[in-house]
Ligand binder design. Structure first.
Ligand code: MN
Length: 203
């Protein structure tokens, strides 16, 4: 059975960029609901209950059709949110991508600022609910920006997500209402670059 991971910081630790009330509801209600529905779906297929979530999402075509949609939506929701929490940390002044990550981003996008602008633009271009991601590509390990609708995860396309930004209104509506651009802009202050760097160097 999958369980809700603890946040690596307090609910108010990302203030004023992400407010405590939104974070707590997002974590204890929205994320929990994906986990509950994923677990409920898997009770019909106990053989899959011990599979790592990554494997389920990387091989959606092999999931029995009766629960494939639930695994995609709720398993994706569980995976995406777990990654989202880890990808953030209390704001540190002048925090920026260091070492191999900084070099890889500069190589791919020309500069860190260009990378941030391109990801922010992609976030603004997501229609409805979805996510925007920095991913590592399977072929050459190069970096790319991609967006997914709903709770689809880049894992299911063979990509390795390094960081993701939740663009569902439940992620920002209480504080930002319709101002998605402001939410995106403020999210950069709480990006956990060290976590992104570690994920990039993984495997
Ligand atoms: Mn969410």
């Amino acid at each position: 059975m999958f369980t809700l991971p603890k946040l690596p910081y307090a609910y108010d630790a990302l203030e004023p960029y992400l407010d405590a009330q939104t974070l707590e509801i997002h974590h204890t209600k929205h994320h929990q609901a994906y986990i509950d529905k994923l677990n409920a779906a898997l009770t019909a297929h106990p053989d899959l209950e011990n599979s790592p979530l990554e494997e389920l999402l990387q091989n959606l075509a092999q999931i029995p059709e009766t629960i494939r949609g639930a695994v995609k939506n709720h398993g994706g929701g569980h995976y995406n949110h777990s990654l989202f929490w880890e990808g953030m940390a209390p704001s540190v002044t002048e925090s920026k991508p260091e070492g191999e990550l900084g070099e890889a981003l500069e190589k791919k996008f020309g500069s860190i600022d260009t990378f941030k602008k391109q990801l922010s633009d992609a976030a603004m271009g997501v229609f409805g609910s979805g996510w925007v991601w920095l991913v590592r590509q399977p072929t050459d390990g190069g970096l790319a920006i991609t967006a997914t609708p709903n709770q689809d995860t880049p894992l299911s396309s063979g990509l390795t997500p390094l960081i993701g930004l939740d663009l569902w209104e439940h992620a920002y509506y209480l504080k930002y209402q319709n101002r998605r651009a402001e939410y995106v802009e403020n999210w950069w202050y709480v990006v956990n670059w060290e976590n992104v760097r570690r994920r990039m160097l993984d495997k």
